[in-house]
Design a protein around this ligand. Structure first.
Ligand code: FRU
Length: 326
């Protein structure tokens, strides 16, 4: 490992401060810890496309060997990402996409399919008739565009299902909560509400239960992130009716970047699996993911021990060297 040439991976994240993206970064770092020849540069655009464009310009100046990017919104980020692609720097797009589709590799679940499956699932739960509302993410994010297309295509097969209300929650719990308070009556009279992520779904639940603790609308989200205070737990506690699993792809993004850097064979489109998480499978899912989380903690612990040992070893070597030359 140590005599491999040093390489730099830059990662431009559209927003860093949410549980799903923190998990993505943890997964990346865990995978990176197996490659001691990699320098990792990380930038968080904090939900701002302008900021992400600036940060990408700065990253180009640092001349990394490869860039991983999750574009906040498709249109504004397309020119800069296309420019990087054309300049020859390999680019791995993850989770959200640009409008042009120029990239060396993509890692993420199929957002059209997520919307489609959610639509079909809710239609079946409502026995093919009823009123549905939706709470979308940022309208310009590819994940919103694709989830929406899939959702509406699925619902189009059910003429007795009506979409009655649409709220733009911008991916954020507070925005969703605010929107849900404003449209409380419409949401309360909905049979189901599809929020494009679990945080917004939680925001809707909080807004509705402020005045109506036992509302009847079935709230469905996306992400089904394992761990404390995340989607999988909300489903298990019946706060959410269901959620679509949306894996973060952190490990796969780094693996793909490494394959590109090493000149190994790699897939251009790496589509991660999704499934509906509801009361029928959530406990089994939690058992499995809790186990994975505890194994990952073990790995982190082992690696920390290893790093300490290495430090002690190199200090001893240095001391020995001083002793020998003096
Ligand atoms: C996290 C997030 C997820 C969502 C994804 C879509 O920042 O909002 O909750 O599934 O981004 O890109």
């Amino acid at each position: 490992q140590d005599n491999k040439p040093r390489v730099t991976i830059a990662f431009s994240q559209c927003v860093g401060d949410d549980a799903w993206r923190k998990t993505m970064l943890e997964e990346m770092k865990r995978e990176l810890s197996f490659h001691s020849n990699v320098d990792f540069i990380y930038r968080d655009a904090e939900n701002s496309s302008e900021k992400q464009i600036l940060q990408l310009h700065e990253l180009i100046k640092l001349a990394p060997d490869i860039i991983i990017v999750s574009p906040n919104e498709a249109e504004p980020l397309t020119p800069i990402i296309d420019e990087i692609f054309r300049s020859g720097t390999p680019i791995v797009v993850t989770d959200r996409k640009t409008s042009s589709g120029l990239y060396h590799a993509y890692v993420g679940a199929d957002n059209y399919k997520i919307g489609y499956m959610a639509g079909q699932y809710l239609a079946n739960q409502l026995r093919h008739k009823g009123r549905i509302s939706e709470v979308t993410g940022l309208p310009g994010s590819s994940a919103t565009i694709e989830r929406q297309k899939g959702f509406h295509t699925a619902l189009a097969a059910y003429p007795k299902i009506q979409v009655v209300e649409k709220i733009n929650g911008q991916w954020l719990i507070d925005k969703a909560k605010e929107g849900a308070r404003e449209k409380r009556a419409q949401l309360l009279s909905s049979d189901a509400i599809f929020a494009y992520n679990d945080q917004m779904a939680l925001g809707v639940h909080q807004a509705l239960s402020e005045e109506t603790p036992f509302y009847s609308a079935k709230i469905m989200g996306v992400d089904a992130l394992p761990g404390e205070n995340n989607g999988m737990q909300f489903v298990s506690e019946n706060i959410l009716y269901a959620s679509m699993l949306y894996p973060t792809g952190g490990k796969e993004s780094v693996r793909t970047a490494m394959a590109i850097l090493n000149g190994d064979a790699y897939q251009r489109d790496n589509i991660l699996n999704t499934l509906v998480v509801d009361s029928s499978n959530v406990e089994l899912m939690r058992l499995q993911t809790d186990k994975i989380i505890s194994q990952q903690r073990d790995i982190d612990h082992q690696q920390a021990l290893y790093a300490t040992q290495q430090k002690i070893f190199s200090n001893q070597q240095r001391a020995l060297h001083v002793l020998v030359v003096s």
